[in-house]
Design a protein around this ligand. Structure first.
Ligand code: PMP
Length: 395
């Protein structure tokens, strides 16, 4: 009899030659448990997903209730489905006035695709500007705006008319002109190794986009929904995007993404030709019910108010001669170490010791700290002790 692990390697498509191969049986709160019942602290939230922890009871209940009513009924945009309507209503109530039209899709990368298409349709322009070291997803359009050539190798030709600017560099904003359809940018860069831009930069970017009629697309797929200490990361900057992208934590553990804009801009998708973006499963009723419950739990449990204190505790505890820097905002942090080798060894050691962490796609000498926002101060203490012990073991 082959083991589960052997079957996984034989029949499930692999994304690397070195998968983690951990086997979990269940998850609850900040913990995931393996077959022997060993708990692991999920210090990366399944990459920015489990902001309110695994299996929040309100989310589980909402899913069960919705499954008892209906699951898929029809492709997106035709029927009036209560979970979609209520979820969009709640999101819109928490956003600036110009963000009132929510297009639900299935994933982050699909939200990116929808937004890029929308920007071209609405402006009638073709040029797109993105950032070096950006990560926006893995489909062709999103891959085209990825700011790292290595990952694009072998997939060309990708989308034409894309220019890359340096993140947080005001001089490069001069590339934005009246021919630019949109700038797509992570409000706080994730896979670049957590890069927090200056307020002056983000305000200058907003200004330049407004001046040239360029749509500003903020990708908050990783940074949104409380992770940085505000519901939306753009709130740190006193700016508002033309199109906002959400996914990951949006479904409380279920797959859903969204691109959100004004009724005027979004209207460009609905005629001439009709059906400018279509999706069978986008805004799946069970995912919307879960997402609404997750958002309500995030707010009711006042988790966002606690983020700054938790960030400060991580930064206070994570002091070691081998740590060059702990950077980031809220619970979206990176521990920078000397090099990849040391980072990898420490990550492996942390996993052995019951702490799940990893590195970043475009930054392999930094370790990811992005726990569920429900993590307690005591649990942060425990996690940091294990990280420091793991560093000591290898340094
Ligand atoms: N944008 C950002 C900033 C991301 O971090 C990710 C996923 N890591 C994506 C887009 C793509 O999301 P998905 O994997 O759901 O397609």
């Amino acid at each position: 009899m082959p083991t589960l692990r052997q079957l996984f390697l034989a029949n499930n498509a692999q994304t690397t030659n070195f998968p983690l191969l951990l086997e979990f049986e269940r998850a609850e709160g900040i913990y995931m448990y393996d077959a022997e019942g060993k708990p692991y602290i999920d210090l990366i939230s399944g990459i920015g997903v489990s902001n309110i922890g695994h299996r929040n009871p309100k989310v589980v209940e909402a899913i069960k209730n919705q499954v008892d009513k209906y699951m898929h009924l029809m492709v997106y945009g035709e029927y009036v489905q209560t979970p979609q309507v209520r979820f969009a209503e709640k999101l819109v109530s928490l956003m600036p006035d110009n963000l009132q039209s929510v297009y639900f899709v299935n994933s982050g990368t699909e939200a990116v695709e929808g937004a890029l298409k929308l920007a071209k349709r609405y402006t009638g322009r073709t040029k797109i500007i993105a950032c070096h070291n950006a990560y926006h997803g893995s489909t062709h359009g999103a891959l085209s705006v990825m700011g790292n050539d290595e990952f694009k190798r072998g997939y060309g030709p990708l989308l034409p008319d894309i220019d890359f600017i340096r993140f947080d560099n005001i001089n490069d904003l001069s590339l934005i002109t009246e021919e630019t359809a949109c700038v797509i940018i992570e409000t706080i860069q994730g896979e670049a190794g957590i890069r927090v831009p200056e307020i002056t930069y983000m305000q200058a970017l907003r200004h330049k986009c407004s001046q040239t009629g360029t749509l500003l697309i903020l990708d908050e797929i990783q940074a949104g929904l409380g992770r940085t200490g505000k519901l939306f990361a753009f709130e740190h900057y006193g700016i508002v995007p033309d199109i906002l992208l959400l996914a990951k934590a949006l479904g409380g553990g279920m797959p859903i993404g969204a691109f959100i804009s004004s009724n005027e801009i979004m209207g460009a998708l609905k005629d001439n030709p009709i059906l400018g973006h279509i999706t069978t499963f986008g805004g799946h009723p069970v995912c919307c019910a879960a997402g609404l419950a997750a958002l309500e739990a995030l707010l009711a449990e006042k988790l966002i108010d606690q983020v700054a204190e938790k960030e400060a505790l991580f930064k206070q505890l994570l002091v070691h001669p081998a740590i060059k820097q702990v950077r980031g905002k809220g619970l979206m942090l990176a521990i920078e170490l000397e090099n990849f080798d040391l980072n990898k060894k420490i990550i492996d050691r942390c996993i052995e010791n019951g702490i799940i962490t990893d590195w970043f796609l475009h930054c392999d000498n930094a370790m990811r700290i992005a726990p569920p926002l429900i993590i307690s101060l005591e649990q942060i203490n425990t996690a940091c002790q294990i990280i420091l012990q793991s560093i000591d073991y290898h340094h």
